[in-house]
Design a protein around this ligand. Structure first.
Ligand SMILES: NC(=O)c1ccc[n+]([C@@H]2O[C@H](COP(=O)([O-])OP(=O)(O)OC[C@H]3O[C@@H](n4cnc5c(N)ncnc54)[C@H](OP(=O)(O)O)[C@@H]3O)[C@@H](O)[C@H]2O)c1
Length: 241
């Protein structure tokens, strides 16, 4: 098989946590990858465990030039089949209540968790449409449940989910038949962000991010209609098969 026959994915925030686990899982399934994170050393360390063709670009998803560089790397690879908008931030830890939420911090949470993924998706859509690929926006149950203390992060994920739903409806209406557009809820995972959400608490009972990789690969293989996807349900359906 030539290099151009293998699918290409951009995964943001792949230096640790869920993004790193998905990158390793997709690489193991034969995908070529473009990955990023802000911290160059941690990204280089993650890149070390991935195949030699992996392109790692250190940068911030809120930076338009960095987003353009990610898309350019996929162009160089000759195709783009999947964008995983995984990079995200929690905001202040411990998380402030809505009544006291510092507005500058809220703007940053929205820039990273809503505006940047939309902007990258806008750049990626022509290539994803050409391949009938998939756009994944990583979301959270905090987008739909009014957990006290989760107003900043949760409302950002809610906005991301609604953008995802409307985009999916617009693509369907336009008759493009193009990419799947999924808001993917991975469930609670033992990561740095999760520890920030529960400062000082023991989170060792939460599953490792690698545990959701089989369900994610199953999602890509089965291509359900665009919409909200809970990886726990994909996993349960797989087990019941
Ligand atoms: N962990 C959970 O329980 C859980 C549950 C539901 C949903 N999620 C979602 O899953 C995704 C991954 O979360 P995680 O728990 O794996 O978090 P994490 O361990 O904190 O990892 C976040 C990744 O994103 C990168 N990142 C953060 N801000 C960035 C920016 N502005 N530009 C580029 N890269 C950036 C980080 O690297 P740098 O800091 O070096 O940039 C890191 O690689 C997030 O969207 C999160 O909301 C997580």
């Amino acid at each position: 098989m030539s290099e151009h026959d293998t699918p290409v994915a951009i995964i943001t925030g792949a230096s640790r946590g869920l993004g790193r686990a998905l990158a390793e899982g997709l690489a193991g399934a034969g995908w070529r990858l473009v990955i990023d994170a802000r911290t160059a050393d941690a990204l280089a360390e993650a890149r070390w465990n991935l195949p030699s063709g992996t392109v790692a670009i250190a940068g911030d998803v809120t930076d338009p030039a960095h987003r353009a560089a990610l898309i350019a790397a996929a162009d160089d690879a000759g195709r783009l089949d999947l964008l995983v908008n995984n990079a995200g931030i929690l905001g202040p830890s411990p998380q402030p209540g809505v009544a006291d939420y510092p507005l500058a911090a809220l703007r940053e949470v929205y820039e990273v968790n809503v505006v940047a993924p939309l902007a990258l998706a806008q750049l990626a859509l022509p290539a994803l449409t050409a391949r009938a690929g998939a756009l994944v926006m990583v979301t959270s149950d905090a987008a739909v449940e009014p957990y006290p203390g989760w107003g900043g992060y949760g409302s950002a994920k809610a906005a991301l989910e609604q953008l995802t739903r409307v985009l999916a409806a617009e693509l369907t209406e336009s008759g493009w038949g193009g990419p799947r557009v999924w808001a993917v809820d991975p469930g609670d995972l033992r990561t740095r962000m999760h520890q920030e959400a529960f400062p000082g608490e023991d989170i060792s009972d939460r599953p490792e991010p690698e545990s959701v990789v089989p369900a994610f690969l199953r999602l890509l293989a089965t291509r359900p209609p665009s919409g909200r996807i809970r990886l726990a349900e994909v996993f349960a359906a797989e087990v019941a098969r």
